[in-house]
Design a protein around this ligand. Structure first.
Ligand code: NAD
Ligand code: MG
Length: 387
């Protein structure tokens, strides 16, 4: 029985998706097994997870924490490595069947490529990788016969709605958005909002970066681009619809006008589980949706003037080449500045727009080129906006 278990390398195990993924995997010991855990700097949680989950290998990204982790796991039967290069190497190991990437930001790009090149199946939460290098990543996955299973709830909903429809053309993808904590606010109000206000998401508890992205609607922009690559659907056929209750997780319209959707309470464990156990639906004890308790499901168009990030993402993706990478890098830099109280909320889209207008258009053909553009954009953005 053990031989048939899917052996998983969980990248970013200490984050919001990472910790929930461990809970999911623990539910199905007959099917899933944690082979590798990696984290960047939360050594204490990584050590705790290693003692509990008993993986074969752990990697701590920050190299100066190696000794600390190694000593703490001295008595445990687990190999300890450190550094980003080690993450790139462990994903290629024979003992790994599937890589679940729950790293945040472009930092996950190199490991994902290494995993695809070693023919590992991918469960992807780390949407920024598809935003930055979607064309190269999906082409490489195709060449290696690698499937990329979405973990993002909207994309999982689309994937689930597409079951049995693979040969039927899609006429429209409708990605739902909660609208975030500042739904129905105007730009004047947003002028003075603090990071504490932006970090209070109404429906989801997530890592800081994606929570800020949700409040600016950049998260939806990233998701539109993610959907374009995952499902090979052109941008013109991808719409965003604000749905504050986060019950309908996204919808697909087919040629005959029929629309399919996936519904459920907002809980990332369900899309994580589906990505890991696909094509099986395993019995879970997740809370069930009771329609009588949610009698009102509402839908409205997004406010692109108050939240320019969504339109910027469409524009960057339409122009293509290096621009989605520039946009993502400027966004990562702007979000980190906002989280350090060094810029205001409305500066985030301004910084991204500025970076896009200053960018020299090019079409990168390797991961290294994308990473170089990411690095240069971040340096420029941080220099320009450091008061
Ligand atoms: P998080 O900040 O809670 O966790 C990030 C994880 O990545 C941590 O384990 C951290 O150690 C690791 N990490 C950070 N920087 C790293 C680096 N430079 N090198 C290696 N590892 C690094 O983030 P999260 O909310 O779990 O989000 C992870 C990804 O999943 C993001 O791309 C996000 O957009 C996506 N996602 C998250 C949710 C959610 O509910 N949290 C939902 C959908 C998609
Ligand atoms: Mg999402």
């Amino acid at each position: 029985m053990e031989k048939n278990r899917k052996r998983i390398a969980l990248l970013g195990s200490t984050g919001s998706i990472g910790t929930q993924a461990i809970e999911v995997i623990e539910q199905f010991p007959e099917l899933l097994q944690i082979e590798v855990l990696t984290a960047f700097s939360n050594a204490d949680l990584l050590i705790k997870q290693a003692k509990k989950c008993k993986p074969n290998i752990v990697v701590i990204g920050k190299e100066d924490l190696y000794k600390y982790v190694k000593e703490a796991l001295w008595d445990d039967d687990v190999k300890v490595f450190a550094g980003m290069q080690a993450i790139n190497e462990v994903v290629q190991m024979e003992c790994v069947d599937m890589v679940l990437s729950a790293i945040v930001g472009v930092a996950g790009l190199a490991p994902i490529f290494k995993a695809i090149e070693a023919d590992k199946q991918i469960a992807l939460a780390n949407k920024e990788t598809l935003v930055v290098a979607g064309e190269l990543m999906t082409r490489t996955a195709y060449e290696h016969g690698v499937n990329i299973y979405p973990v993002d709830s909207e994309h999982s909903a689309i994937f689930q709605s597409l079951a049995g429809e693979f040969h039927n053309p899609i006429s429209r993808l409708i990605i739902t958005a909660s609208g975030g904590p500042f739904l129905h606010k105007n730009r004047g109000f947003l002028q003075t909002v603090t990071k504490e206000q932006a970090l209070k998401h109404p429906n989801w508890k997530m890592g800081n970066k994606i929570t800020i992205d949700s409040s600016t609607l950049m998260n939806k922009g990233l998701e539109v681009i993610e959907a374009k690559w995952l499902f090979a659907v052109p941008l013109e056929k991808i719409e965003v619809l604000v749905h504050p209750q986060s019950i309908v997780h996204s919808l697909v319209e087919f040629a005959d006008g029929s629309i399919k959707a996936q519904l459920g309470l907002p809980d990332m464990k369900l899309p994580i589980q589906y990505a890991l156990t696909y094509p099986q639906r395993m019995t879970s004890d997740l809370p069930r949706l009771n329609f009588a308790e949610h009698p009102t499901l509402t839908f409205e168009a997004p406010d692109l003037e108050t939240f320019p990030c969504l339109a910027l993402a469409y524009e960057a993706s339409r122009k293509g080449g290096c621009l989605p990478c520039v946009m993502n890098a400027a966004n990562e830099a702007a979000v980190s500045l906002f989280l350090q109280d060094r810029i205001g909320f409305n500066d985030i889209p301004k910084i991204i727009e500025d970076a896009l207008s200053q960018a020299d258009f090019c079409i990168p053909s390797t991961i290294e080129e994308y990473l170089q553009i990411d690095k240069e954009t971040k340096i420029k953005t941080l220099e320009k906006n450091s008061k």
